[in-house]
Design a protein around this ligand. Structure first.
Ligand SMILES: [Zn+2]
Ligand SMILES: [Zn+2]
Length: 343
């Protein structure tokens, strides 16, 4: 099969590789669409240590079942499917509680980090355990389904602390996950949504997707502006999807007393916490990682058009265009949000 191989850091090329063998509980999926994730770009130069070459990256994919292992009964050749990026074991204490994102034996497709190497979906075929597969309705195109993982991150974050419909909710960071979060909040019945970003174009998109107020930290003091919007009180909940020290401070600073911040972004491994504000104002600080079982719900949100990912998809490209697109994304090309590779 043809695959986009990371043979060395920052070195990608399309190569011939053996089609993956499948185990008894696995399916071989013919990949039809696979999104380039921010984590692939961060791994591409070796900075995260989670894309050790040689590796086929890619974990945000959808395609068609080519064949299944002997033990697989609920999927068959020709099924249109997507899958979770996290391969959970299904047997540890966390998996048994349904917290598959916290699985003790968790591996991720398209990742190699020293403990394991699992080739991903920037290839014609990928092998996936059937327990993480989900059937797609015919009405959901593969390229939209490739964003299911991203949608599930947003849905999971809202599940960590679902705001009441009248609550003021601030989304700090209007990149892909932020824009999805805004749509999920809207679907949750929220109307009082504030989007924060330094990029005016992203703020315009945020407004199109349901944000009522938009704030640019380069132009205004975000916590003060949120207090103005909320009659002096502050927001009930904020979602931080950047993971930078300043944006975390801002997400906490705009909350009312007793408010909740859900931390999704984690670019910086450490940030400073405004301890006295968190303690004396009784702020709840929640982490949110990946998703745990929300994919079927996300398939429904996409199929019904409640969440629209089309404005987020910047480009669809072939496997051969992969190396150039990775280089552009790595260089920070501001015109690209989500790039979908169609092997
Ligand atoms: Zn991803
Ligand atoms: Zn497990």
């Amino acid at each position: 099969m043809r695959a986009l191989l990371l043979s060395d850091y920052k070195t990608l090329s399309v190569v011939e590789m053996p089609t993956p063998e499948i185990g008894d509980d696995e399916a071989l999926v013919r990949v039809r669409a696979c999104g380039i994730c921010g984590s692939d770009i961060h791994g591409y130069d070796g900075s995260t240590g989670r894309r050790i070459p040689p590796l086929v990256m890619g974990h945000e994919a959808a395609g068609v079942v080519e064949r299944v292992g002997r033990g697989v009964t609920d999927f068959t050749t020709g099924d249109r499917v997507s899958f979770d990026s996290t391969v959970s074991c299904g047997t540890c204490a966390f998996c048994r509680r349904g917290q598959i994102n916290l699985c003790d034996n968790r591996t991720v497709l398209g990742v190699s980090c020293g403990d394991y190497r699992r080739h991903g979906a920037f290839a014609e075929y990928v092998a996936v355990p059937s327990r993480i597969l989900y059937k797609l309705p015919d009405s959901l195109p593969f390229e939209r389904a490739a964003l299911l993982e991203a949608v599930s991150v947003a849905v999971h974050a809202v599940k960590r602390h679902p705001p009441m419909s009248a609550d003021a909710a601030v989304v700090v960071g209007a990149g892909m996950i932020g824009l999805l979060l805004i749509q999920v909040l809207r679907a949750n019945g929220n109307r009082n949504i504030v989007a924060v970003d330094i990029d005016p174009q992203k703020l315009a998109l945020a407004q199109r997707m349901g944000a009522i107020h938009t704030l640019n930290p380069n132009e205004s003091d975000v916590p003060a502006a949120v207090r103005d919007i909320t009659g002096g009180r502050g927001a009930d909940v904020s979602f931080e999807v950047v993971g930078h020290p300043d944006t975390v401070i801002s997400a906490i600073g705009c909350l009312r007393k007793g408010g909740t911040v859900v931390l999704v972004g984690n670019l910086s491994p450490r940030v400073e916490l405004p301890l006295q504000a968190v303690v004396s104002r009784e702020i709840s600080v929640l982490g949110s990682c990946a998703s745990s079982g929300e994919i079927p719900e996300c398939i429904d949100l996409l199929a019904r058009g409640v969440v629209d990912v089309d404005p987020i998809i910047s480009l669809k490209a072939s496997l051969d265009e992969g190396p150039e697109l990775f280089a552009r994304l790595y260089g920070g090309d501001p015109t690209l949000m989500k790039v979908i590779i169609q092997p």
